[in-house]
Design a protein around this ligand. Sequence first.
Ligand SMILES: Cc1cc2nc3c(=O)[nH]c(=O)nc-3n(C[C@H](O)[C@H](O)[C@H](O)COP(=O)(O)O)c2cc1C
Length: 302
Amino acid sequence: MVKNLAVSIAGVVLKNPVMPASGTFGSGRMYSKFVDLSKLGAVAVKGVSMEPWEGNPPHRIAETPSGILNSIGLQNPGVEAWLDSDLPFLRRFDTKIIVNICGHTMDECAAVAQRLKSEPVDMLELNISCPNVSAGGMAFGLSADTVEKVVSAVKKSSMQPLIVKLSPNVTSIADIAKAAEASGADALSLINTVMGMQIDIHKRRPTLSNAIGGLSGPAIRPVAVRMVYQAARAVSIPIIGMGGIVDSDGAIEFLMAGATAVAVGTANFGNPSVMLEIIDGISKFMDENGVSDVNDFKKMME
Ligand SMILES: Cc1cc2nc3c(=O)[nH]c(=O)nc-3n(C[C@H](O)[C@H](O)[C@H](O)COP(=O)(O)O)c2cc1C
């Protein structure tokens, strides 16, 4: 059977629908010892801001029964350092480059997009789970109103197609997805981490120094699949689905829910080759089930 694994997101063609989730793969340098990055549909890099961010103090990661809590705080070296060091490294591979951008203000988010305008990156992914300093630290992504403002501002400054990465910590993901689409998003990615907390009962205090963190990994997969399903029915732009994917069955769930592509995050920590296994697993499932085009999965769930 002639098979197609390629997908298109806002006109950018990915050889297959699998990529790392931002922040869990750096820019791929360490993982490239285990994974041929050219085999991935894309690489979404860790969030990049205008200036270097230190992130939160340790303790920043806690294990939970079915995932991890993190409060890294978007630590990164800033866009100039990223351009000097990571972009030339990534350009050596035959894959698409997605730069995840963040900022404490709308202007800062827009400034990163502006700085990347003439750089050889394929797409931008705007992380609207960053704390919005001018709104008292509430993330941009939690109200349709701030989503519209930040997406419009960043879109105006962007040259590359803009993916907007949605927070799951909202009442109606459909309303937020529609607000992002109406403000110029070319694609959506979801979900970011789910707010959570763990208490060290012996020390009688939260495990994370920041008290609250973001939960990722298998625990959040049903939440993520539900949100992708709802968002896909609310908008007509492509969706990159993520949240708790650890194998090809999980990836196919997202594709059937309406995602065009999928991203794998926390699972990379335990198994650096997991994305290659997922690509093979999707291909095998297609052979066994007579699916000739990976884009057909989303039509199976009408
Ligand atoms: C340690 C860590 C760092 C992350 N950093 C970012 C980031 O910089 N930007 C972003 O948009 N999402 C970030 N995320 C969220 C992931 O990209 C992803 O949306 C989330 O972890 C759900 O996928 P998973 O369950 O497969 O990990 C981070 C997640 C983790 C665990």
